[in-house]
Design a protein around this ligand. Structure first.
Ligand SMILES: [Zn+2]
Length: 426
């Protein structure tokens, strides 16, 4: 069996209480032993002096665009971008063309991901047929074929009765809600605020999210179902999620890197690169999101990686699509902008990107650095700066505001189930 001995790495796994320089032995796909001065016959040794080892990151929310939009991204480029960002597991959203709303289409994603063989790519099935919000898709058969959650992401399931049945039928599988009542924000582009009026850009009020979160939480109460709130952006949503958790409901939530880093102020540039849904909100919201992550009201960070071609993002603000590239810059940007600036501690960040998503979605054997767990690891030089360049990104798209900027934290290796990926050779 394949044996890899990682020597002298700084192992950092908050959940396991490890924050020291140790050796780590991988046998087959699992972590066999963690300790000092390990010596193992026949193991491939890799010296990790100066490098930091985290549990592999798990992204509960990415748009890999295949099938249908392969000019933006596909499962191969998305898998490369994932491991180049330290992600060992990525959940693929079903708003493709055609959408992933049947067991056959779930099977297609599973098959494509295994052909590529880099990160673990888990499909999310659509909640409703054709994502139209009316007829429930066959959740049970999609789950049997490998779907790990269900979502009509991009759209809120407006029909309360359909959402009720989804929460009932999905049982232990999370229903991920894109909480947005679009009737309140038709053609909205940015956070509705004094600034949106000043700039003359159509607004999206916080309430378009909060109304949707409130209804979904009430339906989780009615059904006992498992609800996960995608990309929380507003302070008011946090209060509703906090109440749901205090009431013991099965509700969890995620926040994106961009909502933790940016505010509506960037819209002064009128640059569509910052056009995301939900929109970047006020500094007050951003601070509340960081605090909610720290306190655990928001469980984890998910990227909402949304690649778009340059010609699309170069359209004017009204026509350009919503979305920002994340997988390859998520950790480095959060580390540079929040951890190094003292706004967020590294323990919270790493747990929110690895341990917490594994726990809330029930991915056994993942998200920790522990003997017997899967050898899913991401290995970084936290002190090395790198320039985000179009030709160094593995994604097919480059719609990130960090293009041309330097970030701290350079990835070296990603290990997926004991398979070592040297990111410089990708
Ligand atoms: Zn969404």
């Amino acid at each position: 069996m394949n044996k890899i001995l990682l020597k002298n790495g700084h192992i950092f796994s908050p959940e396991d209480g490890i924050d020291e320089i140790l050796d780590l032995l991988i046998v087959g796909e699992k972590i066999e032993k963690i300790g000092k001065n390990l010596k193992v016959e026949g193991a491939k040794e890799i010296d990790l002096s100066g490098l930091t080892v985290f549990p592999g990151f798990i992204d509960l929310h990415a748009h890999l665009r295949e099938p249908g939009y392969e000019y933006k991204e596909d499962i191969e480029s998305g898998s490369k971008a994932a491991v180049a960002g330290g992600f060992t597991t990525v959940l693929a959203m079903p708003n493709t063309s055609p959408p992933i709303d049947s067991p056959e289409r779930v099977e297609y994603i599973v098959k494509r991901a295994s052909q590529v063989g880099l990160a673990r790519i888990y499909p999310i099935g659509a909640i409703t047929k054709n994502r139209a919000g009316e007829d429930l898709a066959d959740l049970r058969l999609m789950a049997e074929m490998g779907a790990v959650a269900f979502s009509d992401d991009g759209d809120w399931v407006r029909n309360s009765s359909v959402m009720r049945r989804a929460l009932e039928y999905a049982q232990d599988f999370p229903i991920i809600t894109h909480a947005e009542d679009k009737t309140l924000s038709p053609k909205g582009i940015m956070h509705e605020s004094p600034l949106s009026y000043e700039l003359g850009i159509k607004g999206i009020p916080r309430e378009s999210e909060e109304i949707a979160v409130a209804r979904d939480v009430l339906l989780a109460r009615l059904t006992g179902g498992r609800l996960h709130v995608a990309h929380v952006s507003s302070k008011g949503s946090i209060s509703i999620i906090e109440m749901a958790k205090e009431a013991g409901l099965r509700v969890t939530a995620e926040v994106t890197p961009h909502h933790l880093i940016f505010t509506e102020e960037v819209m002064r540039t009128y640059d569509p690169i910052y056009k995301v849904n939900p929109p970047l909100r006020s500094e007050e919201d951003r601070k509340a999101l960081i605090e909610a992550l720290r306190s655990g009201i928001i469980d984890c960070i998910a990227t909402d990686h949304a690649p778009h071609a340059t010609f699309e993002k170069e359209l004017d603000l009204n026509q350009a699509p919503f979305g920002i590239l994340e997988l390859e810059v998520a950790f480095s940007s959060l580390y540079t902008k929040l951890v190094k600036e003292g706004e967020l501690d590294l323990e919270t960040l790493v747990a929110a990107m690895s341990t917490k998503p594994a726990q809330i979605f029930g991915f056994d054997g993942m998200g920790r650095i522990k003997e017997g767990f899967l050898a899913d690891l991401s290995i970084w030089n936290l002190n090395e700066k790198w320039m985000v360049r179009k030709d160094s990104l593995h994604s097919k798209s480059s719609n990130t505001p960090f293009l041309g900027k330097e970030l701290y934290a350079k990835i070296k290796y990603t290990i997926v189930g004991g398979k070592l990926i040297d990111v410089s050779n990708l």
